[in-house]
Design a protein around this ligand. Structure first.
Ligand code: BGC
Length: 441
């Protein structure tokens, strides 16, 4: 066997998650959930959301603000009941401009810059003589004491804006709305995007009890039948991206050490779109160092630039089914200035991307099995797992691998279905607002 093949074989051994490992991870995950719920030490924060399943009768027109770390999006949404809704208007912008004109998520940005920018995106959808109840999807670990208050515990996804960690997000938003002269926009609810995805899916499909994001970041929420605070059913945001009882490789350790917050978000660093491109780069770099990838200096330079590969590039690598892998050659040349890649190099990159992507989907599925075992040990009920995010939606075979892993572990007769819920975070915020208003009255 050639040295390259031996290395790839070794890589496959390290990155393949066996059925036994799936079972073992699920058990550890379930235990971490229990510990988190009891307030014992756990890598799972198990954050209460103060909202439960929708009645599916929620109706009305609401502003939904979606802040996930890449863009700010605002929807003016009318809920019509039983899963139906109309989006009347949309607005939004990226939080950072590629040309470098502005960046609201860097160390130099302050909370006021960021929240003024957010409020400015809301303004075009608002008429001065009307009242607009608003739901805010804020996709970060937030300590909530009620449906409309939430303190950011810490940033994830490498966001660095100062003065937001430890602050109440609704207060920051309220002040920015006032500065932008929008007193008629009234924040009513703040939710995580996983909670929004669960709500949006459950509005249509009452079997939904898990909501998850497989995109730039990763996380899951589920309906806890007996929440610690209220002893009532409540959606709990697991912040599962922080789960850390996992089979780490040396590549995972390196990525973690070089990240903004070493030791945190260990599962997210193995599975999410923000990190899997970087993992592929780190692995490719080690093959290059062993002389196993074409040895041009341009390759060297590109391979040493951190985060040059994104989740979307993984999809691109996995999509090219041409014999000569021309699309990949074009990508390497036009975007990374690597003009002299060989077919073998391109096939090697595909192999690495495939191993990393399959591992991501299987690890995520293992955590879902942990949750299902917690809520329904015999798995006797129907369950829908609602999932949103670019990886789940776009990465070739990603969604299929999740479902296959669930079937492999639970048996395909069990009625557990994973399904795409698009724009769940926006619609979910509107549903949470309707629930908040109904609870007030
Ligand atoms: C955040 C979660 C969020 C997930 C998906 C993670 O980095 O910590 O709160 O749900 O990304 O956006």
């Amino acid at each position: 066997m050639s040295k390259l093949l031996t290395q790839l074989h070794e890589l496959a051994t390290q990155l393949t998650i066996s059925p036994e490992q799936i079972g073992a991870i699920a058990v550890k995950f379930q235990q971490a959930m229990k510990n988190g719920l009891l307030g014992s030490p756990s890598s799972l924060k198990m954050l209460p959301s103060y909202v439960s399943k929708p009645s599916r009768k929620e109706i009305g027109t609401f502003l939904a603000l979606d802040f996930g770390g890449t863009n700010v999006r605002v929807l003016l949404t009318e809920l019509l009941g039983e899963g139906k809704y109309v989006v009347h208007a949309r607005a939004g912008k990226p939080l950072k401009q590629k040309e470098g004109q502005y960046n609201h998520i860097s160390k130099q940005a302050t909370a006021d810059h960021l929240f003024d920018f957010i409020a400015k995106q809301i303004a075009p959808l608002v008429k001065p003589d009307q009242i607009y109840p608003l739901g805010h999807t804020f996709s970060f670990p937030t300590d909530q004491r009620g449906l409309n208050t939430g303190t950011l515990i810490h940033w994830t996804k490498e966001i660095e804006t100062t003065g937001v960690e430890g602050k109440d997000i609704t207060t920051l938003l309220r002040s920015a709305l006032d500065r932008q002269n929008l007193p008629n926009v009234i924040p009513k609810a703040i939710i995580n995007d996983t909670v929004g995805t669960l709500l949006a899916s459950a509005y249509e499909d009452p079997f939904t009890d898990i909501g998850s994001i497989c995109g730039t970041g990763h996380n899951t929420a589920y309906i806890e039948p007996c929440a610690p605070d209220t002893k009532m059913p409540m959606i709990i945001n697991l912040e599962s991206g922080n789960f850390d009882q996992l089979p780490f490789t040396a590549y995972d350790a390196l990525l973690d050490q070089q990240s903004e917050k070493p030791g945190e978000q260990r599962l997210e660093k193995m599975v999410s779109g923000h990190y899997i491109g970087e993992l592929v780069r780190i692995i490719a770099c080690s093959l290059f160092d062993d002389g196993l990838l074409a040895g041009s200096t341009s390759t060297r330079k590109i391979l040493t630039t951190p985060y040059i590969l994104h989740g979307a590039h993984i999809s691109l690598l996995l999509e090219d089914d041409s014999e000569k892998k021309e699309q990949i050659a074009h990508f390497l040349e036009s975007k990374l200035s690597i003009a002299d890649s060989t077919l073998e190099d391109r096939q090697t990159l595909i192999k690495i991307a495939s191993l990393v992507s399959i591992r991501s989907a299987r690890l995520v599925a293992a955590t879902y099995i942990g949750i299902l075992t917690h809520i329904d040990p015999d798995c006797s009920q129907n369950h829908t797992i609602a999932i949103d995010g670019s990886l789940y939606e776009k990465a070739p075979n990603y969604a299929k691998t999740i479902q296959m892993t669930l079937d492999e572990e639970l048996g395909s007769k069990k009625k557990v279905t994973s399904t795409l819920t698009k724009d769940g975070s926006g619609i979910g915020a509107a549903i949470a607002t309707a629930i908040a208003i109904h609870t007030e009255s």
